[in-house]
Design a protein around this ligand. Structure first.
Ligand code: HSE
Length: 440
């Protein structure tokens, strides 16, 4: 049997501890399938005393991930520290530069430094794997980087944040408040250290930026993503969506258009009978639309220790099976120097259906005025309803809900701003984009 693959793990939190346990419990099976033993030789973590449910005796401890990255007794550096900069960035860079393979679960690191790190990895002929960075346990990176090579992608979209999906699902199914659902998600260990990263859409944006590059061959553009989080979504929106045959999900969407690439993260109405609408709780889903294969939807666990550790383990075993000196899979789907500059499509030219919920003063002529502002902006309406069953008594503000046929975002913005000027709105209008799967 070949020499053992020596693994150094930086970060022994939920994922790191699960990884060590699995590597130890499955050591025989892993050695057989990889043709060599996989051994954790070194770790770095702040707390040396915490019980992690794994045998850490005989493993070298470092306080600093940088020292671990520089140590001579590892072949693979596994970065589970987190954060785009600081220790995570410095240690990954150092490991790659000295010819050590790297596995990371760090989406922010990839989103902001992915191109630079890919260049370093490729210059040093080492592997940089990051399956766990996007959609947890779903093998979407491998699918896009390897299995679907040769396909031309037109659109990719998905539910890539377990915390947001958990919150929206619980709000709908249990009628719980946003705050209660968030607290539950935090208790269950799904949320980021700062949950604003989840609910404001940043976590999804980091993951989307990576997939956009794999899909379209352009440089990673994490700061050029249209972003709306879910904190603005109310139970009323969820009910109104259900009445109209939709469910609300936080989607990340990247799409090739005639004017460039659209990258957007926002609450989205998806048809109730679509598969993605059925993806509940912490589960993630990624849909890939490409010319040769058609539509591929991958659904699976997107957060949590074991799901993430499973993806990290897959990355490590790929390294264990790789042949020294052989050509490696390009980190970002094509060699980093061949990535194209990112060309952003303006959000105003996004074309799609819209849900618009307005609270208005109960006055004669309001309905007609709203329909008029829509028509003036060339917007065709699929429906306009004022549901008697969900309204308060006459004279109190009423809710009017519009659904448009496919139209331009710019036209919707203009129509809503014209409606605002009419003076009958009560509170802020709610606008939610509608996304339809290719085949449904
Ligand atoms: N906070 C993330 C989520 C964890 O909720 O999906 C995985 O990135």
């Amino acid at each position: 049997m070949a020499d053992a693959l020596r693994i150094g793990i930086a970060g022994l939190g939920t994922v790191g501890a699960a990884l060590v346990r699995i590597l130890q419990q499955r050591s025989n099976e892993l050695a057989v399938s990889c043709g060599r033993p996989l051994v954790v030789t070194a770790v770095s973590a702040r707390d040396r005393t915490r019980d992690r449910g794994a045998d850490l005796s005989g493993i070298t401890w470092y306080d600093d991930p940088l020292e671990l990255a520089a140590s001579a007794d590892i072949d693979v550096f596994v970065e589970l520290v987190g954060g785009a900069n600081g220790a995570a960035h410095d240690s990954v860079r150092a490991a790659l530069a000295r010819g050590v393979h790297v596995v990371t679960a760090n989406k922010a690191l990839l989103a902001y430094h992915g191109v630079d790190l890919a260049r370093i990895a490729e210059a040093n002929s080492v592997i940089l794997n990051y399956e766990a960075a996007v959609a947890g346990g779903i093998p979407v990176i491998k699918a896009m980087r390897e299995s679907l090579t040769g396909n031309s992608f037109s659109r990719i979209y998905g539910i890539m944040n377990g915390t947001c999906n958990y919150i929206l699902t619980r709000m709908e199914k249990e009628g719980l408040s946003f705050a209660d659902c968030l607290a539950e998600a935090q208790r269950l260990g799904y949320a980021e250290a700062d949950p604003a990263f989840d609910i404001d859409g940043n976590d999804t944006a980091h993951k989307l930026a990576i997939l956009t590059t794999l899909a379209f061959g352009s440089e990673i553009a994490a700061d050029e993503i249209y972003l709306e989080g879910i904190s603005n979504i109310s139970i009323d929106d969820i009910h109104a969506a259900a009445d109209l045959g939709y469910r609300i999900k936080l989607l990340g969407v990247a799409q090739r258009t005639e004017t460039g690439i659209e990258q957007r993260v926002h609450p989205t109405m998806v048809p109730l009978d679509s598969v993605i609408a059925q993806v509940d709780g912490v589960t993630n889903a990624v849909a890939l639309e490409s010319d040769i294969l058609g539509e591929l939807l991958m659904v699976g666990p997107g957060a949590g220790g074991n799901a993430t550790a499973s993806a990290v383990l897959g990355d490590i075993t790929d390294i264990a099976k790789s042949r020294p000196g052989a050509q490696q899979v390009p980190v970002l789907g094509r060699p980093a120097h061949l990535l194209e500059p990112y060309r952003q499509a303006a959000m105003r030219s996004h074309e799609g259906g819209y849900f618009i919920r307005l609270r208005v003063a109960d006055r004669i002529g309001v309905f007609a005025s709203i329909a008029g502002r829509m028509a003036e902006n060339g917007i065709s309406l699929e429906s306009i309803v004022q549901h008697a069953k969900r309204q308060p008594e006459a004279g109190a503000p009423q809710t009017i809900i519009l659904v448009t046929h496919a139209t331009m975002e710019g036209a919707v913005r203009q129509a809503v701003s014209a409606i605002r000027e009419e003076g009958y709105l009560v509170g802020e209008p709610q606008v939610i984009r509608i996304e339809r799967p290719k085949n449904g």
